[in-house]
Write a protein that binds this ligand. Structure first.
Ligand code: THU
Length: 158
């Protein structure tokens, strides 16, 4: 028997001002998109902003549905937009942030399991890591260099 030691490095920033200007701008773009969220059922707005390798920034937000499972997460919305409009361009970074109608979110919120798999597919497709930057409404910011840090031993298929 051997053991696999899986280490994950999460960089913790005191607040968004402590980020590199480029990363702060990406997070700001996500915050700016929050009001595009259609979330009448959860009152929980989620926004994701991606930086493409061509320098472009795209945003997406959660889009809910009266039939709850039909809803799409912010990360899925923005990745579908990238895939539809820039099918040959790699994603370099993604910033995720939230705003709750039920109370202040003061710690970072990370992508759900399904979205981790979606982001992983994108990394594999372009053989290019995607840095994930996460923040609540205020407080600390977490950053990981690749979705593999949030989804170790990810499912893949040749
Ligand atoms: N949501 C996202 O947009 N991204 C995630 O990674 C997790 C959850 C959305 C789905 C739903 O509209 C709302 O958050 C509350 O669960």
């Amino acid at each position: 028997m051997t053991e696999l030691d899986i280490n994950v490095k999460v960089r913790v920033f005191e607040n968004m001002k402590a980020l590199e200007p480029k990363d702060e701008a990406l997070l700001q773009a996500a915050k700016g998109a929050l009001n595009n969220s259609y979330s009448p059922y959860s009152s929980f707005k989620v926004a994701a902003a991606v930086l493409l390798e061509n320098g472009e920034i795209l945003t997406g937000t959660n889009q809910e549905n009266a039939s709850y499972p039909v809803g799409i997460c912010a990360e899925g919305t923005v990745l579908s937009a990238v895939s539809a409009m820039h099918p040959n361009v790699a994603v370099k970074k993604m910033a995720v942030t939230v705003k709750s109608g039920k109370g202040l979110v003061s710690s970072p919120v990370a992508p759900c399991g399904i979205c981790r798999q979606r982001i992983y597919e994108y990394e594999m497709r372009f053989n290019s890591d995607i840095e994930i930057i996460m923040m609540g409404e205020e407080g600390e910011v977490y950053a990981v260099k690749s979705i593999k840090d949030l989804l170790p031993l990810a499912f893949f298929k040749m």
